[in-house]
Design a protein around this ligand. Structure first.
Ligand code: GRF
Length: 220
């Protein structure tokens, strides 16, 4: 099986990166993780990737005059490694429209909310302050606008009355680790078709039931 050569871009602990690496280690997974790049030399994820035999690179944005020269170095490293798809996983640099358009439909991102709600940073605090009953996470194709682009998979998780940002973040993160590998597998196996602003998933199974939060007393 020809596997899709994928790079992961990180800036920090890299727990989503780990989930992607661990799933991609399975023989029948349709993508291989060929490169991990961090813009931050301290990123914990670099060591994990190297320990799993994956090529790693640190391209520190602070060593460049501006965003464009940083992105030129990024682009060159990706091209040198023959990368076909990029997964952003906690990568804390905004990418320019020029870079995103060059890699159009070849960059995925994970965001810890049910987009298009709660784009940006400090998501879980804002979710709790808004009093919404469900939050979740989204894997989507990247467009030049921040946290924008066709949605591939979402997972919804309940917001509990006793949640703080940390407890909600932990619940959402568990779901992130499930949907990012699934989304990568869908894209790499050619089951995702873009149609305008939306992504259609071939052979998808849809959930049938509504979720309620809070639930009725009898759990119905
Ligand atoms: C995740 O919550 C992801 O949704 C967001 O940044 C965080 C990265 O966490 N984009 P990790 O580095 O994958 O652990």
């Amino acid at each position: 099986m020809e596997k899709l050569k994928t790079a992961i871009l990180i800036s920090g602990r890299g727990s989503n990166m780990r989930a992607l690496i661990d799933h991609a280690a399975q023989a029948d997974f349709p993508a291989c993780i060929a490169l991990v790049i961090s813009n931050n030399p301290e990123a914990g994820g670099l060591e994990y990737a190297a320990g799993h035999g994956i090529a790693t690179l640190c391209i520190d944005h602070r060593g460049f005059k501006g965003r464009h020269s940083f992105e030129r170095a990024l682009d060159a490293a990706l091209a040198d490694a023959g990368i076909e798809l990029i997964c952003l996983a906690g990568f804390m640099r905004l990418l320019s429209a020029e870079f995103v358009n060059k890699w159009r439909d070849k960059i995925l991102n994970i965001h810890p909310s049910l987009l298009p709600s709660f784009k940006g940073l400090n998501v879980h605090e804002r979710v709790i302050d808004a009093g919404v009953r469900f939050s979740g996470c989204t894997v989507h194709f990247v467009r030049p606008e921040m946290d924008d682009g066709p949605i591939i998979i979402q997972a919804a998780v309940p917001v509990r009355g006793d949640d703080d940002a940390d407890s909600l973040a932990a619940r959402v993160l568990k779901a992130e680790h499930r949907i990012y590998p699934q989304a990568l597998a869908l894209v790499a196996s050619g089951r995702v078709r873009l149609s305008g602003q939306t992504a259609k998933i071939e052979g998808a199974h849809w959930p049938v039931d509504a979720l309620f939060n809070p639930q009725w007393e009898d759990g119905a």
